[in-house]
Design a protein. Structure first.
Length: 127
């Protein structure tokens, strides 16, 4: 008894699958909406309180902006945020335990790290 499955069951015609018909107007509206959203997203920027924004129009200086939410011309202007009020502190030879009006410092000395070799090959003790 030879039971064979006919080959016609496994044949599949791709051209008979119905394709969804999306109108060209709908596609153009979706692409246009995405472009408008990207342009709006690129139009606004935020400058933090310790920064200023330097606006460059086509690579040339145009203006300086203060902190806050700001607007720029998309694709024509670029913003570089420059930290101007940031204070960085580096401690050599001591450690601050608690900063404030009455700052407290560690009693253990860190003398080894306060020794520095300068550019002219002299040794300096920085306190």
């Amino acid at each position: 008894m030879d039971q064979r499955i006919p080959d016609s069951i496994f044949e599949f015609d791709v051209t008979k699958i119905p394709r969804p018909q999306i109108p060209l107007k709908t596609i153009l509206m979706i692409v246009g909406g995405i472009l408008v959203a990207l342009i709006l997203f690129d139009s606004f920027y935020q400058v933090q309180p310790e920064e200023v924004g330097v606006v460059l129009r086509f690579g040339a200086y145009n203006r300086t902006t203060d902190p806050g939410l700001r607007f720029k011309v998309p694709l024509a202007e670029d913003v570089i945020k420059v930290p101007v009020q940031r204070q960085l502190k580096q401690e050599f030879g001591f450690r601050t335990l608690e900063a404030g009006v009455q700052s407290r410092y560690a009693t253990q000395g860190y003398v080894a790290e306060s020794l520095m070799l300068t550019g002219d090959l002299n040794v300096a003790v920085v306190e």
